[in-house]
Design a protein around this ligand. Sequence first.
Ligand SMILES: O=C(O)CCC(=O)C(=O)O
Ligand SMILES: [Fe+2]
Length: 236
Amino acid sequence: DQLLLTTEPLCSSPFAHLYLTPRVYHLPVFEKSFCEELMEEMEHFEQSSTPKGRPNTMNHYGILLNELGFDEGFITPLREQYLQPITSLLYPDCGGRCLDSHKAFVVKYDMNEDLDLSYHYDNAEVTLNVSLGKDFTEGNLYFGDMRQVSVSETECSEVEHRVTEGLLHRGQHMHGALPISSGQRWNLIIWMRASQERNKLCPMCNRKPSLEEGEGFADGFTNHSKEPLHTSCVLT
Ligand SMILES: O=C(O)CCC(=O)C(=O)O
Ligand SMILES: [Fe+2]
């Protein structure tokens, strides 16, 4: 009930009011107080002695939400009940109708830690990026083109991202985060996966995936030979 569950205006309009740059949309996700509580929880976890993995290969600071047990009661319902109705309409061509797993993490930027994030694409069909706070200056996100387009032919555009809001974009839409110039910047990232899409072509190595069993949702591939099993691509 912390979520703002109003998808109606999205369904009855061509999303014009949500549009930022080609196929990047912003939408309300959390209340401010919830963002603050979430960051506080992340700080407690950071300070604890629990062994922790890195959120991804690019960010050095942040937290994997499955390590806090946040998938079942939080991220999965958020994906299924709030996001999927929207992604079905916005990204039917990128698996937006059949998202069936995710990797969720919080990334943190600080003056003495990571300042920015270089230009990349995500291991996701569709990504949600929510700005949680705290107080920071600069550090805007920027978007270029799809990964198939060379950088020399790409013009990037910076987008505004307000605290509590989420940005939705295609995983293969190249993007990065500019350096912050003060404060701390925390974002919740949900890399949403559609096994139907990625089983055909691994979005990271661009080949037919060669699968190995993984833990939890792993990288969101599935193997239907016996029980459906979540797997990773060993070629990536
Ligand atoms: O820091 C950000 O807002 C971007 C993070 C991001 O693009 C990612 O983790 O894939
Ligand atoms: Fe990303």
